[in-house]
Design a protein around this ligand. Structure first.
Ligand code: PEP
Ligand code: MG
Length: 885
């Protein structure tokens, strides 16, 4: 049998694979720690070849020879009445699912009790004796259950239940002694006579359980180790700590220790840093070695018994922050324990949400009511007073600023539109009820780095928002908690937040490392303001993949000029409005190009579903009329005039109506103005010796005829449509300042366009898949309405995930077809994706596989997308080198 027992101690372990396969999970863990040269308790393992057959073995003889090593290590002797060594037996199955009881304190007998009491006191000693009985009774009860001895099993279970609750409560010595006398009778008489007899009886009983347990399959080993006690006199202690700060990631051990106490009995632990300096040094050294081995933060338990420090166990830490995960990897990189690839592969892309947005300090919400659930439109945490209209929120904001009051607000509306963007920009978050991930509120919130939560059951009535049984008054504080994983929550009141800090969180360092591994697949940003462009650069974007030009008119002082342009009923009115818009656009393009310094900037020409931009309420209409009549003495525009114009423009289905390039077919001067603004800005920067690389993108193209017309123009009898290239040529010859390199391309956001890609690419130098509209038009699902019935679809398993964040199979198929057909016509066709799907790591993998060149997503999502790209690139390189090697 000796060959079936395997000893280990600090720096001496079994390495033989065949043996390692027979010692179970806990056995292998023990061997791993032993090989790490950590101060672990020595021990030995009876392997699974004999684990279930110990009843037939001469245990005493075989085990005795292994005891010596344990005895010398801890300075105690098994079966010694004065200073007895006690043991624990750990059942070590090969399968983690098996759940066996904890078995401690073997060797505690009538003979050794007094000696043990001398060290730890009577009360504790009898408590431990009861704990020993508890473990053995559990084994006996399980055997009785397997053997169908129902009466006996029932009796044992009743006793055990009582014992388990007794062990939880405090008792005085006499009570403990009384319980001990009562319970020892349930075990064989000889059990407390002699330590070796006890060990033999215990091992045989456990072995019998392993033999009859069907789940065991001869696959379980038994690990035996000394017990050590942190209450073994004044030079003893116990404690636990994490290898570093689990919130900040700072390289400082965190935890508590208990002087002359066993584990956490008694709750007044002292900070671990107050332990004696020589122990602290050792613990720090253990922490360092454990981190270097496991390459993650671990939690460690230790015991000091009579001045000797022992590592009891260590395990992964569940609730650590992303910041801490990044910090440890950066530290290990500096120490050359890991390489850049390992740093990148360790952090999950979506974890980064946690350091890009504030998070709720969950310690601060204990006393607040809460409402669970909802659709996460933009993750993060936001606190503020709730207002139900943009106007009220803006007024409240101004007043708060004037009076130096808290100016954090949450916009709460069924849905938001263009004129609400200014409120979203100032608010900390948006709470809405219509749409979902791809709804206006969510898209804009993500773009501005704000929080968005969609609660379909939210109803606003008067000055109250009703959600289920809860009601929120206008002006009340709420806290939106929209985690990246897990259920969103609204806390009714003000929580504390933990703000992001890219420098401290390690984000900026991580971005630099990630950049070294992204190969030739790029991540660009959806940005339409200088602020977003700067953020895109800071977060590692390789360009702008979508500048939605209609978003540039969201600002308060611009929206009415834009409205004036939309509703113009004559060419001259439109051209006067366009002139004003051109100055605004040129200035914005100038600033954006300057920030992007020659990186590609894809400017999408106007795509404004009209219903999003027209006045939605009286206040907006009044402001619009005031704007239109400014400086006029006569011929004032009336509400009726505007209403008539709006009526004339009204559409039954604006999303499929006069939008995208269709507006330009009817009003070529709109795109002409935009192209001029782009090139005016570009030539100005050229003069300043700053490179500019515009890519002009035409939205909602359906077939080759549309793009051919818009790009190359057309002459028919009595009518001339000037194409973009002609406009650019004219500008070039006027400016006499040489070439500005540029590309003209299209969005692919209609199934027809995807199928027509082979023809469309004759006139498009690049494609950008607008998967918000492509999903909407492929599935025939309104991006703004789907969320109202999505729960039913999820309930009956009719759809997997949310197609507006996870690319659906049919959309993927259309992208695949379009890429294939597009490239067939134009091998150098550049291909990207700029819908909301571009920020989702799982979609990025598809985009890389299908042969796209980039994805474009909100600036705040750029680090997440870049990390996903780097991970995929590294995995690809590894597969390539494995297959070529
Ligand atoms: C899209 O449709 O995917 C897209 C990017 O355009 P928008 O969201 O502006 O319609
Ligand atoms: Mg679109």
């Amino acid at each position: 049998m000796k060959k079936n027992i395997h000893a280990f101690r600090q720096n001496s372990s079994v390495k033989n694979e065949a043996v390692l396969n027979t010692i179970g999970i806990r056995g292998r863990q023990a061997m791993e720690f032993a090989s790490m040269n950590l101060p672990i308790l020595p021990g030995f393992i009876i392997d699974s070849n004999v684990g279930a057959y110990l009843e037939e073995q001469d245990l005493k003889r075989n085990v005795r020879s292994f005891m010596k090593n344990l005895e010398t290590s801890v300075g105690k002797t098994f079966n010694d009445p004065k200073n007895p060594l006690l043991l624990k037996i750990v059942i070590s199955p090969n399968l983690a699912v098996a759940n066996y009881p904890t078995l401690h304190n073997f060797g505690l007998t009538d003979k050794t009790m007094e000696g043990f009491v001398g060290y730890v006191g009577e009360n504790f000693a009898y408590h431990e004796a009861l704990f020993l009985i508890n473990g053995m009774l559990e084994i006996h009860a399980r055997i009785a259950e397997f053997e169908n001895k129902t009466q006996e099993a029932k009796k044992l279970r009743t006793k055990l239940d009582k014992l388990v609750s007794l062990l939880k409560d405090d008792h005085d010595v006499n009570e403990h002694k009384k319980f001990f006398d009562e319970y020892r009778k349930l075990l064989p008489e000889a059990f407390f006579d002699d330590a070796y007899v006890q060990l033999e009886l215990a091992l045989q009983t456990i072995s019998r359980l392993l033999k009859i347990d069907d789940m065991n399959d001869n696959d379980t080993a038994l690990l035996i180790q000394p017990m050590v006690y942190g209450n073994y006199g004044k030079d003893s202690a116990s404690g636990n700590f994490t290898t570093r700060d689990i919130v900040t990631g700072n390289d400082e051990i965190q935890g508590v220790f208990f002087q002359n106490k066993f584990n956490e009995i008694g709750s007044n632990g002292k900070p671990i840093t107050k332990i004696g300096p020589s122990y602290l040094k050792k613990l720090k050294d253990i922490a360092k070695r454990v981190e270097e081995h496991f390459k993650e933060i671990r939690s460690i338990r230790f015991t000091i018994e009579n001045k000797k420090l022992w590592l009891i166990d260590q395990r992964p830490v569940g609730d650590k922050s992303t910041r801490a995960d990044i910090k440890i990897m950066l530290d290990l990189l500096k120490r050359k324990v890991v390489n850049e690839e390992e740093v990148i592969q360790t952090i999950k892309p979506n974890q980064l949400h946690e350091i890009l947005h504030p998070i709720v300090d969950l310690n601060s919400v204990k006393s607040l009511g809460s409402i669970d659930g909802g659709i996460a439109g933009a993750p993060g945490a936001a606190i503020g007073r709730v207002f139900f209209t943009t106007e009220k929120l803006l007024d409240a904001y101004k007043a708060a600023r004037q009076h130096g009051e808290d100016s954090r607000f949450i916009l709460c509306m069924p849905a938001t539109f263009a004129e609400d963007v200014k409120a979203i920009e100032l608010a900390t978050g948006v709470l809405s009820s219509e749409g979902g991930y791809a709804a206006h509120a969510s898209v804009v919130a993500r773009q501005y780095g704000k929080v968005s939560l969609v609660k379909p059951e939210l109803k606003i009535s008067g000055n109250r928002a009703i959600i289920g049984k809860s009601s929120i008054k206008e002006g009340d504080y709420v806290t939106l908690h929209v985690p990246n994983y897990g259920e969103p929550r609204i806390f009714l009141g003000k929580a504390d937040l933990i703000e992001p800090d890219p420098k401290k969180s390690g984000l900026l360092e991580l971005i630099e490392i990630v950049k070294n591994h992204i190969g030739d697949f790029n991540v660009r940003a959806n940005a339409d303001s200088p602020r977003d462009a700067q953020l895109a650069i800071d977060f590692g974007a390789e360009g702008i993949g979508l500048c939605r030009t209609e978003h540039m008119f969201f600002k308060e002082n611009r929206i009415n000029v834009f409205r004036e342009m939309i509703i113009s009923d004559t060419d001259s009115k439109r051209s006067s409005a366009l002139k004003k818009l051109k100055t605004m656009q040129k200035n914005d393009f100038y600033k954006i190009f300057k920030i992007m310094k020659g990186k590609p900037v894809t400017i999408r020409l106007l795509d404004a579903p009209l219903h999003e931009f027209l006045p939605h309420n009286k206040a907006e209409m009044d402001a619009f009329l005031t704007y239109l009549n400014k400086g006029k003495r006569s011929n004032k525009v009336t509400k009726k005039d505007v209403d008539l114009q709006i009526e004339a423009l009204a559409e039954f289905n604006p999303m499929l109506g006069h939008r995208g390039c269709r507006i330009a077919v009817s009003y070529p001067e709109i795109y002409a103005m935009q192209v001029e603004a782009i090139f005016d800005a570009a030539y100005q920067l050229k003069k300043e010796k700053i490179n500019v690389y515009p890519e002009i993108m035409i939205p909602l193209i359906m077939n080759e005829n549309e793009i051919k017309l818009i790009v190359y123009g057309k002459k028919i009898e009595g009518s001339y449509y000037q194409g973009i290239v002609n406009i650019i040529d004219d500008i070039k010859s006027n400016k006499k300042a040489g070439e500005i390199p540029y590309k003209i391309g299209t969005m692919i956001e209609l199934p027809g366009a995807a199928l027509e890609a082979g023809n469309i690419s004759k006139y498009a130098e690049f494609f950008s898949f607008g998967t918000n509209d492509l999903t909407q038009t492929t599935l025939g699902l309104s991006r703004d309405d789907f969320n109202s019935f999505m729960p039913d679809y999820t309930l009956y398993d009719l759809i997997e995930g949310n197609p507006f964040s996870d690319l659906s199979d049919s959309v993927k198929e259309l992208i695949t077809i379009a890429v294939r057909r597009g490239v067939m016509t134009r091998p150098k066709l550049k291909k990207g994706l700029c819908g909301e799907h571009g920020a989702v790591p799982e979609n990025i993998e598809f985009c890389m596989d299908v042969g796209l060149d980039y994805v474009s997503c909100s600036s705040f999502s750029v680090p997440i997308a870049n990390l996903a790209v780097a991970q995929k690139t590294i995995a690809r390189n590894e597969t390539d080198s494995a297959s070529s090697g």
